[in-house]
Write a protein that binds this ligand. Structure first.
Ligand SMILES: Nc1nc2c(ncn2[C@@H]2O[C@H](COP(=O)(O)OP(=O)(O)OP(=O)(O)O)[C@@H](O)[C@H]2O)c(=O)[nH]1
Length: 376
Protein backbone atom coordinates (compact mmCIF):
# COMPACT_ATOMS: atom_id res chain seq x y z
CA UNK A 1 0.00 0.00 0.00
CA UNK A 2 1.30 3.46 -0.85
CA UNK A 3 1.90 5.84 2.09
CA UNK A 4 -0.65 8.68 2.22
CA UNK A 5 0.51 11.64 0.19
CA UNK A 6 1.11 14.94 1.95
CA UNK A 7 -1.58 17.22 0.59
CA UNK A 8 0.03 19.87 -1.53
CA UNK A 9 -1.24 23.43 -1.72
CA UNK A 10 -1.14 24.98 -5.17
CA UNK A 11 0.84 28.21 -5.34
CA UNK A 12 -0.30 30.48 -8.13
CA UNK A 13 1.93 33.27 -9.41
CA UNK A 14 -0.01 36.38 -10.42
CA UNK A 15 2.12 38.57 -12.66
CA UNK A 16 1.70 41.32 -15.22
CA UNK A 17 3.21 44.69 -16.07
CA UNK A 18 2.87 47.74 -13.82
CA UNK A 19 -0.73 48.77 -13.35
CA UNK A 20 -2.24 45.96 -15.42
CA UNK A 21 -4.70 45.09 -12.63
CA UNK A 22 -3.06 42.36 -10.53
CA UNK A 23 -4.18 43.73 -7.16
CA UNK A 24 -7.66 44.36 -8.53
CA UNK A 25 -7.88 40.76 -9.73
CA UNK A 26 -6.50 39.44 -6.46
CA UNK A 27 -9.11 41.35 -4.50
CA UNK A 28 -11.79 39.96 -6.78
CA UNK A 29 -10.56 36.44 -6.07
CA UNK A 30 -10.51 37.09 -2.35
CA UNK A 31 -14.10 38.21 -2.46
CA UNK A 32 -15.26 35.35 -4.68
CA UNK A 33 -13.22 32.52 -3.36
CA UNK A 34 -15.95 29.90 -3.48
CA UNK A 35 -15.15 28.58 -0.03
CA UNK A 36 -11.42 28.37 -0.64
CA UNK A 37 -9.07 29.60 2.04
CA UNK A 38 -6.53 31.75 0.28
CA UNK A 39 -3.10 32.79 1.49
CA UNK A 40 -1.58 35.85 -0.14
CA UNK A 41 2.02 36.92 -0.61
CA UNK A 42 2.53 40.36 -2.10
CA UNK A 43 5.81 41.55 -3.56
CA UNK A 44 5.84 45.35 -3.87
CA UNK A 45 8.46 47.20 -5.88
CA UNK A 46 8.47 50.46 -3.91
CA UNK A 47 9.49 50.70 -0.29
CA UNK A 48 5.99 51.72 0.83
CA UNK A 49 3.92 48.60 0.47
CA UNK A 50 0.89 50.04 -1.27
CA UNK A 51 -0.24 46.74 -2.80
CA UNK A 52 -0.01 44.99 0.54
CA UNK A 53 -2.04 47.77 2.10
CA UNK A 54 -4.65 47.56 -0.65
CA UNK A 55 -5.04 43.82 -0.29
CA UNK A 56 -4.98 44.12 3.47
CA UNK A 57 -7.76 46.70 3.16
CA UNK A 58 -9.89 43.95 1.67
CA UNK A 59 -8.96 40.95 3.76
CA UNK A 60 -7.54 42.22 7.01
CA UNK A 61 -3.99 40.96 6.65
CA UNK A 62 -1.51 39.81 4.12
CA UNK A 63 2.11 38.77 3.89
CA UNK A 64 4.34 41.28 2.22
CA UNK A 65 7.73 40.61 0.76
CA UNK A 66 8.52 44.29 0.73
CA UNK A 67 10.82 46.35 -1.36
CA UNK A 68 12.46 45.14 -4.55
CA UNK A 69 11.70 42.40 -7.02
CA UNK A 70 11.55 38.98 -5.50
CA UNK A 71 12.74 37.57 -8.79
CA UNK A 72 16.18 38.94 -8.04
CA UNK A 73 16.53 37.51 -4.56
CA UNK A 74 19.73 35.55 -4.67
CA UNK A 75 18.49 33.34 -1.94
CA UNK A 76 14.83 32.55 -1.80
CA UNK A 77 14.83 31.96 1.93
CA UNK A 78 12.46 34.81 2.72
CA UNK A 79 9.94 33.36 0.32
CA UNK A 80 10.47 29.93 1.83
CA UNK A 81 9.92 31.31 5.31
CA UNK A 82 6.58 32.75 4.30
CA UNK A 83 5.62 29.59 2.48
CA UNK A 84 6.45 27.61 5.61
CA UNK A 85 4.16 29.87 7.63
CA UNK A 86 1.34 29.66 5.16
CA UNK A 87 1.55 25.91 4.71
CA UNK A 88 1.38 25.00 8.42
CA UNK A 89 -1.40 22.43 8.66
CA UNK A 90 -3.15 24.64 11.22
CA UNK A 91 -3.53 27.31 8.56
CA UNK A 92 -5.70 24.95 6.49
CA UNK A 93 -5.11 26.86 3.28
CA UNK A 94 -6.44 25.60 -0.02
CA UNK A 95 -4.43 27.85 -2.27
CA UNK A 96 -1.67 30.46 -2.08
CA UNK A 97 -1.41 33.38 -4.49
CA UNK A 98 1.82 35.32 -4.93
CA UNK A 99 1.25 38.73 -6.45
CA UNK A 100 4.50 39.57 -8.20
CA UNK A 101 5.68 43.14 -8.54
CA UNK A 102 4.77 44.76 -11.85
CA UNK A 103 8.41 44.54 -12.88
CA UNK A 104 9.13 40.97 -11.87
CA UNK A 105 10.41 38.28 -14.16
CA UNK A 106 7.71 35.67 -13.67
CA UNK A 107 9.84 32.77 -14.78
CA UNK A 108 12.29 33.54 -11.97
CA UNK A 109 9.50 33.29 -9.45
CA UNK A 110 8.34 30.03 -10.96
CA UNK A 111 11.87 28.73 -10.82
CA UNK A 112 12.05 29.58 -7.12
CA UNK A 113 8.82 27.76 -6.44
CA UNK A 114 9.88 24.70 -8.35
CA UNK A 115 13.16 24.67 -6.45
CA UNK A 116 11.51 25.12 -3.05
CA UNK A 117 12.16 22.41 -0.47
CA UNK A 118 8.69 22.86 0.94
CA UNK A 119 6.95 19.52 0.38
CA UNK A 120 3.54 20.94 1.14
CA UNK A 121 3.34 23.14 -1.93
CA UNK A 122 3.08 22.53 -5.61
CA UNK A 123 3.39 25.10 -8.35
CA UNK A 124 -0.14 25.97 -9.41
CA UNK A 125 0.46 27.97 -12.56
CA UNK A 126 1.35 31.41 -13.83
CA UNK A 127 -1.38 33.96 -14.47
CA UNK A 128 -0.33 36.99 -16.52
CA UNK A 129 -2.56 40.05 -16.40
CA UNK A 130 -2.46 42.25 -19.50
CA UNK A 131 -3.73 45.83 -19.66
CA UNK A 132 -5.72 45.89 -22.91
CA UNK A 133 -5.41 49.66 -23.23
CA UNK A 134 -1.64 49.74 -22.71
CA UNK A 135 -0.55 46.41 -24.15
CA UNK A 136 0.67 47.60 -27.54
CA UNK A 137 2.74 50.48 -26.19
CA UNK A 138 4.15 48.43 -23.32
CA UNK A 139 5.20 45.76 -25.78
CA UNK A 140 7.03 48.31 -27.91
CA UNK A 141 8.96 49.58 -24.90
CA UNK A 142 9.45 46.15 -23.37
CA UNK A 143 9.56 43.28 -25.87
CA UNK A 144 10.29 41.03 -22.85
CA UNK A 145 6.56 41.08 -22.21
CA UNK A 146 6.20 38.51 -25.01
CA UNK A 147 8.50 36.18 -23.12
CA UNK A 148 6.33 36.51 -20.03
CA UNK A 149 3.19 35.69 -21.97
CA UNK A 150 4.88 32.73 -23.59
CA UNK A 151 5.36 31.00 -20.23
CA UNK A 152 1.93 31.83 -18.81
CA UNK A 153 -0.75 29.22 -18.13
CA UNK A 154 -3.57 31.72 -18.12
CA UNK A 155 -3.57 35.20 -19.64
CA UNK A 156 -6.18 37.64 -18.37
CA UNK A 157 -6.77 40.33 -20.95
CA UNK A 158 -7.93 42.96 -18.48
CA UNK A 159 -9.36 46.48 -18.85
CA UNK A 160 -11.38 45.45 -21.86
CA UNK A 161 -13.81 48.22 -20.88
CA UNK A 162 -11.15 50.64 -22.09
CA UNK A 163 -10.97 49.36 -25.66
CA UNK A 164 -13.56 49.05 -28.44
CA UNK A 165 -14.92 45.73 -29.60
CA UNK A 166 -12.79 45.46 -32.74
CA UNK A 167 -9.65 46.42 -30.83
CA UNK A 168 -10.54 43.87 -28.16
CA UNK A 169 -10.81 41.08 -30.73
CA UNK A 170 -7.53 42.08 -32.36
CA UNK A 171 -5.75 42.15 -29.00
CA UNK A 172 -7.17 38.78 -28.04
CA UNK A 173 -5.74 37.27 -31.19
CA UNK A 174 -2.34 38.86 -30.61
CA UNK A 175 -2.22 37.82 -26.98
CA UNK A 176 -3.33 34.28 -27.83
CA UNK A 177 -0.63 34.02 -30.50
CA UNK A 178 2.12 35.28 -28.18
CA UNK A 179 0.96 33.27 -25.19
CA UNK A 180 0.48 30.20 -27.28
CA UNK A 181 0.37 27.72 -24.39
CA UNK A 182 -2.03 29.75 -22.29
CA UNK A 183 -5.78 30.01 -22.07
CA UNK A 184 -6.83 33.63 -22.67
CA UNK A 185 -9.78 35.17 -20.85
CA UNK A 186 -11.05 38.71 -21.17
CA UNK A 187 -12.01 40.69 -18.11
CA UNK A 188 -12.89 44.08 -16.75
CA UNK A 189 -11.66 44.91 -13.27
CA UNK A 190 -10.13 41.45 -12.98
CA UNK A 191 -13.52 39.82 -12.70
CA UNK A 192 -12.65 36.35 -13.86
CA UNK A 193 -14.33 33.16 -12.83
CA UNK A 194 -12.34 32.04 -9.75
CA UNK A 195 -12.96 28.48 -10.91
CA UNK A 196 -10.34 29.10 -13.55
CA UNK A 197 -7.71 29.17 -10.84
CA UNK A 198 -9.06 27.14 -7.98
CA UNK A 199 -10.66 24.41 -10.00
CA UNK A 200 -8.25 21.66 -11.01
CA UNK A 201 -10.02 21.40 -14.35
CA UNK A 202 -7.77 24.09 -15.76
CA UNK A 203 -4.71 22.00 -15.13
CA UNK A 204 -5.56 18.40 -14.37
CA UNK A 205 -2.60 16.52 -12.95
CA UNK A 206 -2.25 14.22 -15.90
CA UNK A 207 -1.97 17.20 -18.22
CA UNK A 208 0.46 19.12 -16.04
CA UNK A 209 3.51 18.53 -18.12
CA UNK A 210 1.81 19.84 -21.20
CA UNK A 211 0.35 22.95 -19.58
CA UNK A 212 2.92 24.19 -17.13
CA UNK A 213 6.35 25.56 -17.22
CA UNK A 214 8.45 22.47 -16.74
CA UNK A 215 11.94 22.01 -15.36
CA UNK A 216 13.03 21.43 -18.91
CA UNK A 217 11.68 24.80 -20.05
CA UNK A 218 13.37 26.47 -17.16
CA UNK A 219 16.61 24.71 -17.84
CA UNK A 220 16.51 25.89 -21.44
CA UNK A 221 15.79 29.41 -20.32
CA UNK A 222 18.66 29.24 -17.90
CA UNK A 223 20.98 28.32 -20.72
CA UNK A 224 19.69 31.27 -22.76
CA UNK A 225 20.20 33.45 -19.75
CA UNK A 226 23.75 32.28 -19.42
CA UNK A 227 24.21 33.30 -23.01
CA UNK A 228 24.24 36.82 -21.72
CA UNK A 229 20.63 37.85 -21.46
CA UNK A 230 19.97 37.38 -17.82
CA UNK A 231 19.73 40.21 -15.41
CA UNK A 232 20.22 42.99 -17.92
CA UNK A 233 16.90 42.00 -19.42
CA UNK A 234 14.88 42.07 -16.27
CA UNK A 235 12.30 44.77 -16.72
CA UNK A 236 13.11 46.46 -13.47
CA UNK A 237 16.75 47.13 -14.22
CA UNK A 238 15.61 50.20 -16.16
CA UNK A 239 13.16 51.31 -13.48
CA UNK A 240 13.46 53.34 -10.34
CA UNK A 241 10.96 53.97 -7.62
CA UNK A 242 10.38 57.00 -5.43
CA UNK A 243 8.55 56.62 -2.15
CA UNK A 244 6.97 59.66 -0.59
CA UNK A 245 5.23 60.06 2.75
CA UNK A 246 3.85 63.30 4.19
CA UNK A 247 2.08 63.94 7.46
CA UNK A 248 0.78 67.33 6.38
CA UNK A 249 -1.90 67.53 3.66
CA UNK A 250 -1.12 68.07 0.01
CA UNK A 251 -2.24 71.22 -1.71
CA UNK A 252 -4.67 69.84 -4.31
CA UNK A 253 -3.84 72.46 -6.95
CA UNK A 254 -0.10 72.04 -6.69
CA UNK A 255 -0.44 68.28 -6.64
CA UNK A 256 -2.62 68.29 -9.77
CA UNK A 257 -0.11 70.50 -11.49
CA UNK A 258 2.59 67.98 -10.52
CA UNK A 259 0.46 65.16 -11.99
CA UNK A 260 -0.47 67.07 -15.14
CA UNK A 261 3.17 67.73 -15.94
CA UNK A 262 4.53 64.34 -14.92
CA UNK A 263 7.28 63.13 -17.24
CA UNK A 264 6.63 60.44 -19.87
CA UNK A 265 8.91 57.96 -18.14
CA UNK A 266 6.91 58.11 -14.91
CA UNK A 267 4.66 55.20 -15.81
CA UNK A 268 3.05 54.28 -12.52
CA UNK A 269 1.92 56.18 -9.43
CA UNK A 270 -0.08 54.57 -6.67
CA UNK A 271 -0.95 55.29 -3.10
CA UNK A 272 -3.17 57.51 -1.00
CA UNK A 273 -3.36 61.28 -0.71
CA UNK A 274 -4.57 63.47 2.12
CA UNK A 275 -5.97 66.79 0.90
CA UNK A 276 -6.66 68.12 4.39
CA UNK A 277 -9.44 70.71 4.44
CA UNK A 278 -10.00 70.02 0.72
CA UNK A 279 -11.90 66.95 1.93
CA UNK A 280 -11.56 66.14 5.60
CA UNK A 281 -13.65 62.97 5.37
CA UNK A 282 -11.86 61.03 2.67
CA UNK A 283 -8.47 59.80 1.73
CA UNK A 284 -7.92 59.65 -2.02
CA UNK A 285 -6.56 56.42 -3.47
CA UNK A 286 -4.57 57.40 -6.52
CA UNK A 287 -3.70 55.32 -9.55
CA UNK A 288 -1.81 56.56 -12.57
CA UNK A 289 -0.91 54.07 -15.28
CA UNK A 290 0.76 55.71 -18.28
CA UNK A 291 -1.31 58.85 -18.96
CA UNK A 292 -4.35 57.37 -17.24
CA UNK A 293 -5.19 58.90 -13.87
CA UNK A 294 -7.87 58.15 -11.33
CA UNK A 295 -8.74 59.05 -7.75
CA UNK A 296 -11.02 56.98 -5.56
CA UNK A 297 -12.12 58.75 -2.35
CA UNK A 298 -12.82 56.54 0.61
CA UNK A 299 -13.61 57.56 4.21
CA UNK A 300 -10.67 57.63 6.56
CA UNK A 301 -10.69 54.89 9.15
CA UNK A 302 -11.45 56.05 12.67
CA UNK A 303 -7.88 55.78 13.93
CA UNK A 304 -6.15 55.95 10.60
CA UNK A 305 -3.25 58.40 10.59
CA UNK A 306 -3.78 61.25 8.12
CA UNK A 307 -0.86 60.56 5.86
CA UNK A 308 -0.09 60.79 2.18
CA UNK A 309 1.77 57.73 0.97
CA UNK A 310 2.81 57.46 -2.65
CA UNK A 311 5.02 55.22 -4.73
CA UNK A 312 6.17 56.44 -8.13
CA UNK A 313 7.76 54.04 -10.59
CA UNK A 314 9.34 54.96 -13.87
CA UNK A 315 12.31 54.71 -16.14
CA UNK A 316 14.60 57.58 -17.03
CA UNK A 317 13.14 59.65 -14.22
CA UNK A 318 14.96 62.07 -11.97
CA UNK A 319 13.97 60.57 -8.63
CA UNK A 320 15.36 63.36 -6.49
CA UNK A 321 13.67 66.08 -8.53
CA UNK A 322 10.35 64.24 -8.35
CA UNK A 323 10.69 63.89 -4.61
CA UNK A 324 11.41 67.61 -4.28
CA UNK A 325 8.42 68.50 -6.44
CA UNK A 326 6.20 66.33 -4.29
CA UNK A 327 7.58 67.87 -1.14
CA UNK A 328 6.64 71.27 -2.58
CA UNK A 329 3.04 70.10 -2.83
CA UNK A 330 2.78 69.91 0.96
CA UNK A 331 0.50 72.52 2.44
CA UNK A 332 0.08 73.89 5.89
CA UNK A 333 -2.40 76.65 4.95
CA UNK A 334 -6.11 75.91 4.48
CA UNK A 335 -6.94 75.33 0.80
CA UNK A 336 -9.77 77.40 -0.66
CA UNK A 337 -13.10 75.80 -1.49
CA UNK A 338 -12.39 75.49 -5.22
CA UNK A 339 -9.00 73.87 -4.82
CA UNK A 340 -10.34 70.32 -5.15
CA UNK A 341 -11.79 70.93 -8.57
CA UNK A 342 -8.81 69.53 -10.46
CA UNK A 343 -8.80 66.38 -8.33
CA UNK A 344 -12.54 65.83 -8.68
CA UNK A 345 -12.25 65.72 -12.47
CA UNK A 346 -10.42 62.43 -12.02
CA UNK A 347 -12.63 60.88 -9.40
CA UNK A 348 -14.01 57.50 -10.29
CA UNK A 349 -17.61 57.55 -11.43
CA UNK A 350 -19.40 55.82 -8.54
CA UNK A 351 -21.63 53.95 -11.03
CA UNK A 352 -18.66 52.02 -12.34
CA UNK A 353 -18.27 48.72 -10.52
CA UNK A 354 -14.75 48.78 -9.31
CA UNK A 355 -13.19 46.71 -6.57
CA UNK A 356 -11.23 49.81 -5.55
CA UNK A 357 -14.37 51.32 -4.12
CA UNK A 358 -15.56 48.32 -2.20
CA UNK A 359 -15.52 48.80 1.51
CA UNK A 360 -13.60 46.59 3.90
CA UNK A 361 -16.98 45.42 5.27
CA UNK A 362 -17.13 43.10 2.28
CA UNK A 363 -14.40 41.06 3.93
CA UNK A 364 -14.37 37.36 3.68
CA UNK A 365 -14.49 36.32 7.32
CA UNK A 366 -12.19 33.32 7.31
CA UNK A 367 -9.47 34.42 4.95
CA UNK A 368 -6.17 33.26 6.27
CA UNK A 369 -4.24 35.46 8.65
CA UNK A 370 -0.67 34.53 8.02
CA UNK A 371 0.51 34.47 11.61
CA UNK A 372 2.57 36.47 14.02
CA UNK A 373 5.55 36.93 11.84
CA UNK A 374 3.50 38.44 9.01
CA UNK A 375 4.00 42.09 8.20
CA UNK A 376 1.14 43.99 6.72
N1 LIG B 1 -10.84 50.82 -16.51
C1 LIG B 1 -10.31 49.80 -15.83
N2 LIG B 1 -9.46 50.04 -14.83
C2 LIG B 1 -8.96 48.98 -14.17
C3 LIG B 1 -9.27 47.65 -14.50
N3 LIG B 1 -8.59 46.81 -13.69
C4 LIG B 1 -7.88 47.60 -12.85
N4 LIG B 1 -8.11 48.90 -13.14
C5 LIG B 1 -7.52 50.06 -12.50
O1 LIG B 1 -6.15 50.13 -12.86
C6 LIG B 1 -5.39 50.69 -11.78
C7 LIG B 1 -4.24 49.74 -11.43
O2 LIG B 1 -4.80 48.54 -10.92
P1 LIG B 1 -3.99 47.60 -9.92
O3 LIG B 1 -4.86 46.41 -9.65
O4 LIG B 1 -3.49 48.37 -8.77
O5 LIG B 1 -2.77 47.20 -10.85
P2 LIG B 1 -1.46 46.35 -10.44
O6 LIG B 1 -1.15 45.49 -11.59
O7 LIG B 1 -1.67 45.67 -9.13
O8 LIG B 1 -0.41 47.51 -10.29
P3 LIG B 1 1.17 47.38 -9.84
O9 LIG B 1 1.14 46.59 -8.56
O10 LIG B 1 1.61 48.78 -9.66
O11 LIG B 1 1.89 46.71 -10.93
C8 LIG B 1 -6.40 50.90 -10.65
O12 LIG B 1 -6.85 52.23 -10.72
C9 LIG B 1 -7.53 49.96 -10.98
O13 LIG B 1 -8.78 50.37 -10.49
C10 LIG B 1 -10.18 47.43 -15.59
O14 LIG B 1 -10.48 46.31 -16.01
N5 LIG B 1 -10.65 48.55 -16.21
Amino acid sequence: MNPPRTPQIPVIVLAGFLGSGKTTLLNHLLQHRAGNRIGVIVNDFGSIEIDAMTVAGQVGSTVSLGNGCLCCAVDASELDTYLDTLTRPAARLDVIVIEASGLAEPQELVRMLLASDNRRIRYGGLVEVVDAAEFESTRVRHPEVDRHLAVADLVVLNKTDRVGEAEHERLRETVAAVGSRAAVVSAAYGRIDPGLLFDPVLRPDEDEGARQLSFEDLFLEEREAQAGEEHAEHLHTAYESVSFTADVPLNPRRFMSFLDTRPEGLYRIKGFADFGAGDRDNRYALHAVGRFLRFVPRPWGRDEPRLTRLVLIGSGIDAEALYRELADCRESAEPDAMSMWGVLRYVQNPDVQNPDVQQPDALAPDVQQPGDDARS
